[in-house]
Design a protein around this ligand. Structure first.
Ligand SMILES: *Cc1c(COP(=O)(O)O)cnc(C)c1O
Length: 348
């Protein structure tokens, strides 16, 4: 059943394309379930408690997607007409379809940042106190690892400086940790250290960890009722969600320790492409970015040759490794991508 995860093409568009393995499906099939809207799903409860404890938070809430986790976490700290500061390439402003503005009336002000990692001094200069004439900053959002930044990892010390800034201003800090597992695997920073810098934090179970769906919002004591009410308002409250939670729990227990293999595979691809003459940004985790003149044309040509990669912008390719591709698959893919890049008129 689950052995036919992928035949062709080799799919490196995202680490969201993984499909649940046979043992993950068994864990899901065996899950004890109940109605989560009554708070009666034991598998969801167990996962929430486990992930909250891992990061040192008092409460956690399972949600269908990372976008919803970010939305609710930020909404707990920033109200309509108030301001959130984040980097200019943040997932919350690039890829969440304006949700913070549309659903919550939140103003985002952005700081252009190399690889998406904000400079604390530049950030300090942006935070402002509100008055009758000026919109005040209510919270700051950081993303780790940074998706559009090519899976870039924040140094822990930078995060701690950002937290000190927000404390000094009496404002909140939300961490988009959809890819925090990769940061942990790459930097060796304990998950609790990451948890300690944020007031609220989202983590995704369906990227590198390979669960079919689900994210969690982590939050301090006393915010859970409000968070559950917001989840319901957004239409994200589910019933026998333990089937998904069990898949996520399986992913946590079995797929966290192997993430460094994905990072190794990303470096393999980057090295092969660079050796072939392509303009590659050195990967820090499982995302390889390649600059090229016509990214959509290159992605299309690669697809025709059995390798799927993303045009992440008109001149930017994104290649993402994950648990459903082997080192061998990555070598094959690198051969295909480099031959397409090198044959195109602009030469990568
Ligand atoms: C994927 C991702 C999200 C959103 O997750 P969805 O489950 O697709 O809603 C948020 N932030 C980052 C950094 C991501 O990579």
């Amino acid at each position: 059943m689950a052995t036919i995860n992928r035949v062709l093409p080799i799919d490196l568009r995202s680490d969201t394309v993984t499909t649940p393995s046979a043992p993950m499906r068994e864990a899901m099939a065996a899950a004890e379930v109940g109605d989560d809207q009554y708070g009666e799903d034991p598998s969801a409860r167990r996962l929430e408690e486990a992930v909250a404890a891992l990061f040192g938070f008092a409460e956690a809430m399972f949600v269908p997607t990372g976008i919803m986790a970010n939305h609710i976490g930020i909404r707990l700290q920033v109200g309509p007409g108030e301001e959130l500061i984040c980097d200019a390439d943040a997932h919350i402003v690039a890829h969440e379809n304006g949700g913070l503005a549309a659903h919550a009336g939140i103003q985002t002000r952005t700081l252009p940042s190399a690889r998406g990692l904000m400079d604390p001094d530049a950030l300090a200069a942006m935070i402002r106190v509100g008055d009758r004439y000026t919109v005040g900053t209510r919270a700051v959002e950081v993303e780790n690892t940074h998706n559009r930044g090519g899976g870039a990892v924040y140094p822990l010390e930078t995060l701690q400086r950002i937290r000190a800034l927000t404390d000094a201003s009496g404002i909140g800090l939300h961490l988009d940790g959809a890819r925090i597992w990769n940061a942990h695997a790459a930097a060796g920073v304990p998950l609790r250290e990451y948890g300690a810098i944020a007031h609220t934090m989202s983590v995704c179970m369906s990227k590198g960890l390979g669960a079919p769906a689900g994210s969690l919002l982590l939050m301090p004591e006393g915010r859970s009722e409000e968070a559950r009410s917001l989840r319901r308002r957004l239409g994200g409250s589910m019933r026998q969600v333990g089937i998904l939670a069990a898949g996520a729990h399986y992913a946590l227990e079995n797929n966290l320790d192997r993430l460094s293999q994905d990072h190794e595979n990303a470096r393999r691809i980057a090295t092969a492409l660079r050796d072939a003459g392509a303009s590659v940004r050195e990967p820090e985790t499982n995302i390889v970015l390649v600059d090229t003149e016509d990214a959509p044309a290159v992605a299309k040509e690669c697809f025709g040759r059995g390798v799927r990669i993303s045009a992440f912008g008109p001149k930017l390719l994104r290649i993402v490794t994950h648990l459903d591709v082997s080192a061998q698959d990555c070598d094959t893919a690198a051969d295909v991508v480099s031959s397409v890049l090198m044959q195109s008129p602009e030469r990568g």
